[in-house]
Design a protein around this ligand. Structure first.
Ligand code: KG4
Ligand code: ZN
Length: 335
């Protein structure tokens, strides 16, 4: 089954074609980063309008690069939520309409399920069950995954998501939007041991997370520090170390609680080198396996939606013509 996937939940237009027999056939991404950079964050109305402009040409380009035409496509998958409602509506209405025109079934995919299943696109895909550490700009969660659609959210961020904390702290350090990857780059020049950030909510039981305090701690640290590039790099290092340590502590706790031996990380922050290296290193010391998506499938993309949608279409799931986008949509309501 060949499935065309559409992702438009935020500021990337992502289109891909996934084939249940031959894997990923093509994927294209248009990032709106430049459009929003002047505003220091995503402007929802601009995002929606840009998706409208880009989506059809990008679908055509994806078909072309796979050497396929519309008649080769057996199903349509689009991100139905969570995300910015205007942005979601573009992908959902285009996806649902195209499916109707091409006379193929359609399915609405949960954006975080897309992230969660992105490591499945890899040759070395994890087997179920596993614990998923989902760390993106909008959400951070720890999920017990028994199979496709069988998700139990064990913990989540009570305030800022991990990516959001990266972005906000990056802004405080004078970096551009989106700051996560830029902060990570700055941290590479930083030295350990100069600053000690807290590891929020690790001193009490449970798997919920809270990162907004780290941003406040960063703000106070930056205010008290000298305006010097090396000092800023040291602060970036300490901040990144604290977030990664916290995610690590919570993930180990989740493995212990569930008895799982596999941890799968996904979402934009899983592109973070320091995070990947820390988990890889520890997995060799302790007895667990760690999986992460290829870099290009960590942040938002169409491939993860095409993959997740294909699995759901194969199970017979369909979305009706009168469906609505779901800007809020709990992950554990999917079964
Ligand atoms: O999953 P994603 O593309 O979008 C959402 O679903 O939210 O995640 C984007 C987030 C942003 O906050 C971005 O700063 C962060 O992922 N991010 C990173 C890195 N690359 C992307 N954060 C830290 N280090 C990185 N290398
Ligand atoms: Zn995302």
């Amino acid at each position: 089954m060949k499935v065309l996937g559409i992702e438009t939940s935020c500021d990337e237009t992502g289109i891909a074609i996934y084939d249940s027999e031959n894997g990923l056939l093509a994927h294209e991404l248009y990032s709106q980063v430049k459009l929003h950079a002047d505003y220091g964050g995503v402007v929802p109305e601009l995002a929606s309008r840009d998706h409208v402009r880009k989506i059809i040409p990008l679908i055509q380009r994806t078909l072309d690069s796979a050497n396929l035409t519309s008649s080769d496509i057996d199903g349509l998958a689009f991100t139905r939520g969570p995300g910015l409602v205007g942005a979601l509506l573009v992908g959902a209405s285009v996806g649902r309409s195209i499916a109707y025109a091409w006379d193929v079934p359609a399915v609405g995919v949960h954006h975080m399920e897309g992230h969660l299943l992105a490591p499945m696109l890899d040759d070395n895909a994890p087997e179920f069950p596993f614990v998923a550490l989902l760390v993106s700009g909008g959400h951070s969660m720890i999920v017990d995954v028994k199979g496709i659609g069988q998700y139990e959210v064990l913990g989540e961020s009570l305030d800022d998501a991990a990516g959001e904390a990266f972005d906000k702290t990056a802004k405080l350090l004078g970096l551009d939007y989106p700051g996560g990857p830029l902060l990570a780059k700055l941290a590479e020049k930083g030295e350990a041991g100069h600053y000690k950030f807290p590891r929020p909510m690790t001193d009490r039981p449970g798997l919920d997370m809270s990162f907004s305090g780290l941003k406040t701690f960063a703000a106070n640290t930056i205010r008290a520090a000298a305006d010097d590039p090396q000092v800023k790099a040291n602060i970036a290092y300490a901040f990144q170390e604290a977030i990664v340590d916290t995610l690590f502590i919570k993930s180990m706790r989740a493995l212990k609680q569930t008895g799982r031996k596999r941890i799968v990380m996904a979402g934009g922050v899983s592109a973070n080198r320091y995070l990947r290296d820390k988990f890889a290193e520890e997995s060799r010391r302790k007895s667990f396996e760690v999986y992460y998506p290829a870099f290009e499938y960590c942040t938002d993309n169409g491939a993860m939606i095409a993959y997740a949608g294909c699995q759901r279409l194969l199970k017979g799931e369909r979305v009706s013509l009168d469906m609505q986008a779901k800007p809020r949509w709990p992950l554990d309501s999917l079964a």
